[in-house]
Write a protein that binds this ligand. Structure first.
Ligand SMILES: [Zn+2]
Length: 493
């Protein structure tokens, strides 16, 4: 059985007595009115605050389980709590083991390795067996013998699948090697539980070290590996807030992740989305809504979308059915930005989302061109951020972003300015992702786009497919197709 690490609790904030709802006397929200009260100065002020949380700690980051991230969660909570007659709030706890250290030897020669989060701590010895095809399917594990340690490359499916399939085939440990340069420090299995089997201890190694070991195993050498790993179990929280006003059976869900990677303070990734959502949530309190607006600040996105996945796993289907649209915002202020809209209708990349995802894309695009007079590009709807688990559960999703480590093209430089041939964010997952990394001009536009979608769907879901049995059947068929694929995002953004 897969280990379950979690406390249980309702992920849905408790409804309050409607008599305390002062929002009913407020004017109904309108896109232009919500947009025009958003200020660049407030975005920048809050960017400095998040940077300050990171820089006040020895780690200088906002990684889950650190004081920098705990301060971020407390900050979000304090702002939402200052509107007690407008929002209910729920902190959803979950636990995960973070890797803290690993020792690895092959035939008694020491190698550099890092413990892989979520995998249990342990001390295991066994013969290395190479798993071909990146180990995403049972048949890849045909050569695995009882008591062995599997050697497998990162990619295509989450490492949780590789680890659990290896365990089911009899392996006692896993060595996963990177598919890009660099070690796998801070890596996790990226999935809290699987149906494929129990997890075994895992170590992450560099691409070069992994490929060297694969060559030796394939040449017929017998390599006995010894992996010893340690972990620290940390409790972290999703913060979920919902308007007291509005129809709670028809919810517009706006979200982004609150955590950073270990390398830096994560002000663009994803302090920017965190703050955009806070600003929209604050300004929304001057208006009433027809449909309930739910905001979530996910934890542990950088460990593999774990907070969002936990939320989806814990939510009953009846609750998921109330979410008419889930929109995700990750990296809203990239210095060399492009205005990117997720390809929800599949017109550009071939993979469409559940019914409603295409309509969300079209409204973002209509807004950019017609209302804001801005260019946009579409990006692949690949589940690489917190909308992934919702997508996989058949919920209509969408979102916008400004770009991560990808390289800006000549065409994009003509559309948006900035530098062609340079990453959208040169500080992506680096120490320099601080308050001076953000492009505030891009950031305010992205925040206004978030406000537009919030206001539009808080008023009405007329733009979306109706809530019908046929639409639900289509969404469920989509979820079934996704679960059959048994693949997931390679990493969090
Ligand atoms: Zn991110």
């Amino acid at each position: 059985m897969p280990t379950r690490f979690f406390d249980h609790g309702s992920a849905i904030p408790a409804p309050q007595d409607a008599s305390v709802n002062v929002a009913r006397d407020l004017p109904l929200v309108e896109s232009n009115k919500l947009r025009r009260v958003l200020l660049r100065s407030e975005l920048l002020k809050k960017a400095k605050i998040l940077e300050g949380f990171a820089y006040a700690t020895p780690e200088r980051n906002r990684l889950i389980g650190t004081p920098g991230h705990e301060a971020t969660i407390a900050y979000i909570e304090s702002i939402i709590k200052s509107y007690p007659s407008y929002y209910t709030m729920y902190k959803q706890p979950f636990e995960m083991p973070l890797g803290t250290g690993a020792n690895l030897t092959n035939n008694d020669v020491e190698m550099e390795a890092f413990a892989v989060g979520i995998a249990p701590a342990g001390d295991v010895t066994g013969q290395l067996v190479y798993v071909p095809n990146l180990g995403c399917e049972t048949k890849d594990f045909a050569a695995v013998t009882k008591g062995s340690i599997i050697l497998v490359g990162r990619g295509v499916c989450k490492s949780a699948i590789k680890d659990a399939l290896g365990s089911t085939a009899g392996a006692v440990g896993m060595l996963v090697y990177n598919n890009v340069e660099g070690n796998l420090d801070g890596y996790s299995l990226q999935k809290i539980t699987t149906s494929e089997g129990a997890y075994v201890p895992a170590g992450g190694i560099s691409k070069a070290d992994g490929e060297a070991l694969v060559a030796r195993v394939q040449a017929g050498e017998t390599i006995v590996a010894h992996i010893s790993t340690t972990t620290k179990v940390t409790t972290t929280y999703n913060v979920v807030a919902e308007t007291i006003g509005g129809d709670h059976d028809n919810v517009i869900f706006m979200s982004g992740h609150s955590d950073s990677v270990a390398a830096g303070p994560g002000v663009n990734d994803n302090g920017s989305g965190t703050i955009s959502l806070l600003e929209v949530a604050i300004q929304l309190t001057a208006f009433s809504v027809n449909n309930a607006v739910r905001f979530a600040w996910w934890s542990a996105e950088e460990e593999g979308l774990l907070g969002a996945e936990y939320y989806v796993t814990e939510a009953p289907q009846t609750e998921l059915d109330k979410i008419r649209l889930m929109l995700d915002f990750d990296m809203m202020a990239s210095p060399n930005y492009a205005y990117q809209v997720y390809d929800g209708d599949g017109s550009a990349f071939g993979e469409s989302g559940p019914a409603g995802s295409g309509e969300a894309e079209h409204e973002f695009e209509r807004y950019f061109v017609q209302d804001a007079g801005l260019n946009f590009t579409t990006i692949e709807f690949d589940g690489r951020s917190d909308y992934g688990p919702f997508l996989a559960a058949g919920v209509a999703t969408g979102g916008i972003a400004c770009g991560a480590e990808g390289i800006k093209t000549v065409e994009e430089a003509a559309m948006f300015g900035g530098q062609a041939g340079v990453a959208y964010d040169v500080c992506y997952h680096s120490a320099c992702d601080n308050a001076s990394n953000v492009n505030v001009g891009a950031w305010i536009q992205m925040t206004k786009a978030i406000a537009h979608m919030t206001a539009t769907f808080a008023r009405s879901f007329d733009l979306l497919p109706p809530k019908s049995e046929q639409v639900k059947a289509k969404r469920m068929a989509y979820a079934k197709k996704m679960s059959d694929k048994a693949t997931g995002a390679l990493w969090g953004v």
